[in-house]
Design a protein around this ligand. Sequence first.
Ligand code: ADP
Length: 259
Amino acid sequence: MNQISPAAAGQASRTARDPELRVPSEPENDSPLIQVQNLSKIYKTARGAFHLFDSLNLEVAAGEMVAVVGQSGAGKSTLLHMLGALDAPSSGTVYCASTNVASLSAREAALFRSRKIGYVWQFHYLLPEFTAQENVAMPLLARGVGKAEAMALAANWLKEVDLDDRATHRPGELSGGEQQRVALARALVNTPRLLLADEPTGDLDGLTAGRIFELIQRLHQSHGLTSILVTHNLELAARCTRVLRLENGRLTQMGHTRD
Ligand code: ADP
């Protein structure tokens, strides 16, 4: 199945550790990192077809930090899943880092996710029987990185999220904010270009939520990420470069765009 955009045809990359990975490593310089065209998602239910989106369009430039807000059930998580190759649209195209993610096979989608996307969810989904450092190392080990190297890289990432003094703690021995810091380190340990965060502060108190958001902002800037955050927190959303509201299957821009 051809997963490469017309613009990027012929630029497929391979890496030593991911010999099967055929997705191109870089987008065209002047093209948006994310380009969604005529996206539709239709669920077949017992009561008939449910059209969540019919013709949704979105462009996100490299380096943007975009907040997506909207009522519960508007389709924010579904949109994020389709951007990150976790769910397939009913029709339309989703170009993400020069790859039409909608056309990937299940195996290609898994490789694409592990190399290009960092995910953070409302709940941390850390493995309870492993330490913070082991949890962060997990995506590297899954790619075939040796244990010593994976653990060393994980230790560096725990420093990045100000948690190096908790490396040997298990998730149950960490606070909610600390657990989310570990989840962020795990999301970024494979150095993805795109960070997708679904209510990353939704389970935290106001003060901790603000601190986690500031950490995401810092990591976004220092690692040159493109980030899309789904959030109910309008105050935090307003601190992103752009706020989009998802309503009735349409995305509309709210307020002004920050530099
Ligand atoms: P949000 O993240 O904005 O709260 P979601 O993306 O989780 O919204 O869900 C959007 C809508 O799609 C909801 O109304 C949900 O019930 C519906 N939905 C999600 N998955 C399915 C499914 N497999 N079958 C039918 N409807 C679904």
